[in-house]
Write a protein that binds this ligand. Sequence first.
Ligand code: MSP
Length: 496
Amino acid sequence: MKFYLTTPLYYVNDTPHIGHAYTEVAADVLARTERLLGKDVFFLTGTDEHGQKVATAAKALNLKPKELADRMSKRFQKLWERLNISYDRFIRTTEAEHEEMVKKVFHKLYQKGDLYQGTYKGYYCVHCESYILPSHLQENLCPDCGRKVGSLKEPTYFFRLSKYQKDLLSHIDAHLEFIGPPQRRNEVISFIRRGLIDLSFTRRSCEWGIPIEEDFTIYVWFDALLNYLSGVGYLSNSKLFGKYWPPDVQFIGKDIIRFHDIMWPAILFSLSLPLPKKIFAHGWWKIAGEKISKSKGEAISPQDIISEFGVDPFRYFLLREIPFGADGEYSYAAFVKRYNSDLANDLGNLLHRTLTLIDNSFDGKIPKSSGSSGERLKEKSLSLAGILPQIEALKYSEVLSKIWEVVAVANKYLDEKSPWRLSQREAGPALYNVLETLRIVALSLKPFLPASSSKIAEGLGIGEEFKKENFKKIQWGVLPEGRKIKRERPIFPRKK
Ligand code: MSP
């Protein structure tokens, strides 16, 4: 079975910050989960390189837009590599193949009669790369980002968005899963009900874009959205496209809902293509109540956090700290707190002290399991067999907290049993139970913390078989007795 998922393309005017990493890590967890289930996954991500915003940023640095794009696109790719992002394709909107496809799609829409010439008169927000109606201005500022807007009057090609209003509403109505979470769905429905107007799909005054006709460039959002098609071979590789289309899940942040939940499906209607199954919008990471963005984000770069704490702690914090879909505050103090309590203390310490006990009293070999009395621990561990639907429903934070409930029960069990005070005969099975719980915990964490879960498995002496295992191995009694464990230094050393 195939599974196609996407992230938005990141603007190259900005260095990658926590907000970008969030979308990417969230998508990676789902990609890894679906691969574990044996699905044929195609995970698309990349960079959005045209438009006025990028051109302006390049000018300020005395660079050509493409030079800035080359530089920044690399930075995103480097960060994704470091973050263990398992994408299958990284697309850049300046690739020739993408540009060619965009032009072809433009002509298709024109031939269909969905593009027509006119004049756009109104406002434009460069930060959002978005047209703003005079009636939508808020105290003369952009209603979405609160920045200054420019006024614009230019000839253009309009897209008949209004024509698809009815189709959109009935599609949303008939497909509960299409827009998530539900709050966003309601927002989109009420926005559409207020009436859609046709959208300018070209720019006359922005040179940095895909050229069309003599005097126009393609509007950057139209260009960028089409990556979800070109990235998977639309009009160039029918085999690839036929295999993966439509997307199963598209990840976005809540700031780009209207583009993805209205403009994008309307384009697909116009092209007579099936719509994505699910478009899910997550919330914002904020600092002192404000969305992290270029200016705010640079103070805390993901690279710095990773250097200090490691890749998996960063992935863990992003997904555990706030429910996926809601907003949350980022702070160094909150990060250290979460790291020390959940990773260093609860999980890391459980692993380390158990392996130390095995090393000291059992010659480093997994003891026999028989005669144990760990029913509650077993039951709790096996409850993790039910996390898959929750992961697929993108309830990441809930899943992680469920896994940590198991870790807590295991810690309590170890304290209560105090194997260091028991005879070998009694201590062995108790330690086996804890190790088996750790194996199940590591398996459940595989998509979230890929490197650390492997490290735990290596510690338990099952590194090789673990590589191939998935949630089906959430069963009791799998760990082979007598297997040599491997005690290393604590995987999450405590921070001061
Ligand atoms: N280029 C467009 C997307 C085009 S997709 C066809 C864009 N780029 S962006 O770089 O501004 O944002 C990319 C993603 O990062 C979005 O999903 C956005 O929501 C996310 N984030 C950027 N800042 C964020 C936070 N502070 N918090 C969480 N995510 C946010 O929009």
